[in-house]
Design a binder for this molecule. Structure first.
Ligand code: ZN
Length: 269
């Protein structure tokens, strides 16, 4: 028994030692551990600082979907300087944290009852629960409202996802055809994915993927993503030539990127 415990302890020791060696040599993983949780006393606001070796000068600020404020900063910047930066952004920070918290509660609280709101192409539409009738037995979008059959409420989420998926196939498919013609860039095909944050992607063989969650975003955001992924069929990177293709077609693409960064987490049910 004792020998067994010793050898178990030994193997655990070697496993930990190997893990530490791996972490030491993989800089990106290593940097995850270079993390500080700081509270700015005057503001009574907690935030997390992630220091990066890659980052040279700038400090950036992001509020995650769960309401955590994350500051990305270069290695050498002292804490008082980071604190000063946070204080300057205090109003924005507080608003973002509050909005994310409210939106998160709203997403979690979806009950699939009459009066709830669901987004479609950036607009809110009301849900109505109605008795199932011949020709209508699941979920439909009629005259600017969603109608869900009363005996299908327990499958509400699955039915909505299926509806968003089908709408995405049709709507995004049409937008890809349109911009494909404009840009003279032809993809191999499009597929609708279930990705939570990866709104779009382009494979090596030029298949385009778009998340069904995008159907909740405004049309202008979808157009930007369509053009972004189409541009990847020619440029498999994010260098200047890539952004030239995007910017020549979607002149306000930076605005759409900011919208996604700020609101992406709300595209969920
Ligand atoms: Zn890209």
């Amino acid at each position: 028994m004792i020998t067994e415990l010793v050898s178990w302890g030994e193997s655990l020791f070697y496993l930990l030692a190997r893990l530490l060696i791996i972490l030491y040599f993989v800089p990106t993983i290593n940097s995850i551990f270079d993390l500080q949780i700081i509270g700015c006393k005057e503001m009574e606001l907690n935030y997390v600082v992630v220091r990066s070796k890659k980052r040279k000068k700038t400090i950036s600020l992001q509020v995650r979907a769960n309401g955590t404020a994350v500051i990305s900063a270069p290695h050498g910047i002292p804490i008082p300087e980071i604190d000063k930066f946070v204080r300057e952004k205090e109003r924005w920070l507080r608003r973002k944290i509050r909005e994310n918290g409210e939106r998160q509660k709203e997403i979690k609280a979806k009950k699939y009852v009459t009066g709830e709101t669901f987004f479609f192409l950036g607009e809110p539409y009301t849900l109505n629960i109605e008795a199932a009738a011949p020709g209508f037995d699941k979920l439909a979008f009629i005259c600017g409202q969603f109608i869900l059959a009363s005996d299908k409420v327990s499958q509400g989420r699955e039915l909505f996802i299926d509806w968003y998926r089908k709408s995405a196939q049709r709507y995004i498919g049409e937008r890809v055809d349109h911009f494909s013609h404009v840009l003279k860039l032809i993809p191999r095909g499009i597929k609708i994915s279930n990705a939570r944050c990866r709104w779009g992607s382009c494979s090596q063989d030029n298949h385009l993927y778009f998340s069904w969650r995008l159907m909740m975003a405004p049309r202008s955001v979808i157009d930007y993503l369509v053009v972004h992924e189409l541009a990847h069929t020619q440029e498999k990177n994010h260098r200047e030539r890539f952004w030239d293709i995007v910017g020549n077609t979607i002149t306000d693409y930076k605005k759409q990127r900011v919208w996604l960064k700020d609101n992406g987490h709300t595209l969920d049910i």
